[in-house]
Design a protein around this ligand. Sequence first.
Ligand code: DGP
Length: 115
Amino acid sequence: MPNIFAKIVSGEIPADVVYKDDQVTAFRDVQPAAPVHILIVPNKTIGGVEDLERSDETLAGHMLLVAQGLARQEGVADDGYRLIINSGAHGGQEIEHLHLHLLGGRPLGPMILRR
Ligand code: DGP
């Protein structure tokens, strides 16, 4: 069964898509944690970082460069931003379709809460 991000990639369900090419789709997170919160996902379904294969090397690098371009386009590159990929249960991954979070537009604080 296609996951929700695969459905966004295919256009089956709507999203605020800000960028699309032959490898990736980028859209605004429905529950933004910062003024800019964009998800960059591969067009093909890859469950997460643990499912990446050597043949995905170019795609994985492309995701980073698309994030860089979007950060500049959104006007957050100069002040800085954060890129996050959650992986698995302890990483807090909710959707089993690889996605790179781009967050910016305010100081984001410490990377994780220290306990
Ligand atoms: P993660 O915890 O890393 O798996 O992040 C999942 C993110 O996906 C979370 O910030 C909320 C977002 N999200 C979940 N469902 C949808 C949706 O249907 N549309 C959009 N645009 N974002 C979604």
